[in-house]
Design a protein around this ligand. Structure first.
Ligand SMILES: [Zn+2]
Ligand SMILES: [Zn+2]
Length: 206
């Protein structure tokens, strides 16, 4: 059975998600956030076995501990191909301290709609530009990890570098067509369902 554990990390209270199989304990880590130590501790406490680290986008609050996590568990990093320039540029990733540390280079650059196979599950990479140009959502069987594209009650800001309000609205319209029972795990704040957002989120109500 696939389970999702949330670890809240850093000053912006970014959500790191551990997507794992409760029998094999294999885990994919999504957006480790700023507090790598906290994520590593959670993984070790539950004896999880990391396979892959994925970034929904390049902003530092989601990616700051990439290098630490990949080094600790010897796992590859994956991000959308259009997001690489944001990840590796301290100004574009909004970090003031990025220049002081090693920036982890991703081994995997996702294409749109790429199917990513793990040992215990498969997910689909949906390119959902708008918050940044290479933002992605990860579609698993009955849940969607949305990064900073969709939150409970609102959508991501688009006034930062490579952001576009027009693009995020197009991305949101793609999400709106998915099955309403999908559980939504956003990059900040509490989880929700698509059905709930279709009823209450002003950006999803027609
Ligand atoms: Zn962001
Ligand atoms: Zn964020």
């Amino acid at each position: 059975m696939i389970k999702v554990k949330k670890v809240v990390s850093g000053g912006l209270k970014e959500n790191c998600y551990l997507v794992y199989n409760s029998e094999s304990l294999q885990v994919a880590i999504v957006d480790p956030g700023e507090d790598g130590e906290k994520v590593i501790c959670e993984i070790k406490t539950h004896k999880l076995k990391p396979e892959l680290l994925v970034n929904t986008h390049g902003h530092y609050d989601h990616t700051f501990s990439n290098e630490q996590i990949c080094h600790e568990f010897k796992i590859p990093l994956a991000i959308h191909k259009d997001e690489l320039e944001i990840l590796i540029d301290s100004k574009k990733s909004l970090s003031l301290v990025n220049s002081l540390r090693t920036i982890k280079k991703p081994e995997i650059l996702f294409e749109d709609n790429q199917k990513m196979k793990l040992s215990f599950t498969t997910f689909i990479v949906l390119h959902t530009p708008g918050h940044t140009k290479g933002s992605i959502c990860l579609l698993f069987e009955d849940f969607l990890i949305t990064g900073d594209t969709l939150f409970a009650g609102t959508i991501g800001r688009t006034d930062l570098k490579s952001g576009s309000h027009e693009e995020i609205l197009k991305s949101i319209s793609k999400i709106k067509k998915m099955i309403p029972s999908l559980i939504i795990y956003p990059g900040h704040g509490s989880r929700t369902t698509l059905a709930n957002e279709l009823r209450h989120n002003p950006y999803l109500i027609n």
